[in-house]
Design a protein around this ligand. Structure first.
Ligand SMILES: Nc1ncnc2c1ncn2[C@@H]1O[C@H](COP(=O)(O)OP(=O)(O)OP(=O)(O)O)[C@@H](O)[C@H]1O
Ligand SMILES: [Mg+2]
Length: 234
C-alpha cells in the first residue's frame, strides 16, 4: 500500500533522511521505532508532503506521490496524527473533530461519522462542548485520532501517540490502535516507546540517524539483543 524507496530529505544542508526504504502492506500495523532525532517525524512529514524529499520516492497504492502538493492529496485517503497532537485548544472538542472532515461536504455522512467517533471515544462525547485545551493528554490524543479518522483514511500515520502519557494511558491508546487495525485501517506507527509499539505491531523497523538499521516482525525485534540494549532498557 505504501512503498518508500531510498528516500532522502534535508533541512538546509543538514541531511535528516539518508536513503530510507520500507513498505506497509494493506491491513498491516507497522511500527517504526527509534530514539530522539532519528528522523521519524521527518519521514512521516515527507510521506504526507509537508516536508520536501530531496531524493527517492514515496508511492501509495502504486502511484508515485513524492512531492505531491497538499491540494492534490485530497482523496488520497492518508491521514496523519501529528507529534504532540496539535489540537486547537481554544475550539470545542466537537469543532476539532469536525475539522477532520473539512474535505467532505455530505452533512449527513459527517454527522454519522461524528457519532461513530463518539461511540469509539465516549469521553469525547461527554466533553464535546468543552474547549479542547481542558482535556488531559490522553484525551487530546484521542481527539487528534478522532479528527484524523473523520477523513475516513485507509492509511493512518501516527507520530508518537504515547508521548507524555502515563503507562496506563499508553496501554489504552495502543489498544485503540489495535482496534482500528481490526476495523481495517492500515497503520504506520512511529514511536520512541519501542516496547509498546513493537508489542502491537505486525512488523517493525528500527531507525537510527536517518537510516533503517533493522527490520523484522514485532516479536523478533522485541527479542533482538541490539534492540533490547538500545531501546528497551533490558
Ligand atoms: N525544522 C528543522 N530544522 C533543522 N533540523 C531539523 C528540523 N527538524 C528536525 N531537524 C533535525 O532532523 C533530525 C531528525 O529529526 P526528527 O524530528 O525527524 O526526529 P524524530 O525521530 O522525530 O525525533 P523525536 O523522537 O525526538 O521526535 C534531527 O537531527 C533534528 O535535529
Ligand atoms: Mg518526532
Amino acid at each position: 500500500m505504501l512503498k518508500i524507496e531510498n528516500l532522502t530529505s534535508h533541512y538546509g544542508r543538514i541531511q535528516a533522511l539518508h536513503g530510507v526504504s520500507l513498505e506497509v502492506n494493506e491491513g498491516e500495523l507497522v511500527a517504526l521505532v527509534g530514539g530522539n532525532g532519528a528522523g521519524k517525524t521527518t519521514l512521516l512529514r515527507t510521506i504526507s508532503g509537508l516536508q520536501a524529499a530531496s531524493g527517492g520516492s514515496v508511492s501509495f497504492e502504486g502511484k508515485n506521490i513524492t512531492g505531491l502538493a497538499a491540494e492534490k492529496r485530497v482523496g488520497l485517503e492518508i491521514a496523519q496524527v501529528p507529534e504532540g497532537r496539535q489540537v486547537f485548544t481554544a475550539l470545542s472538542v466537537e469543532d476539532n473533530i469536525r475539522l477532520g472532515a473539512f474535505t467532505k461536504s455530505d452533512k449527513a455522512a459527517i454527522a454519522e461519522d461524528m457519532e461513530k467517533m463518539y461511540a469509539r471515544f465516549p469521553i469525547l462525547k461527554e466533553k464535546r462542548k468543552q474547549a479542547a485545551g481542558t482535556l488531559s493528554g490522553g484525551q487530546q490524543q484521542m481527539l487528534a485520532m478522532a479528527r484524523a479518522l473523520m477523513s475516513r483514511p485507509r492509511l493512518l500515520l501516527l507520530d508518537e501517540p504515547s508521548m507524555g502519557l502515563s503507562p496506563v494511558l499508553v496501554m489504552e491508546i495502543f489498544s485503540i490502535v489495535e482496534e482500528l487495525k481490526e476495523q481495517g485501517v492500515t497503520i504506520f506507527l512511529v514511536e520512541q516507546n519501542a516496547t509498546a509499539a513493537l508489542r502491537v505491531a505486525d512488523r517493525g523497523y528500527v531507525m537510527e540517524t536517518g537510516k533503517i538499521s533493522l527490520t523484522g516482525t514485532g516479536d523478533n525485534l522485541l527479542n533482538d539483543d541490539t534492540v533490547k540494549a538500545a531501546y528497551l532498557g533490558i
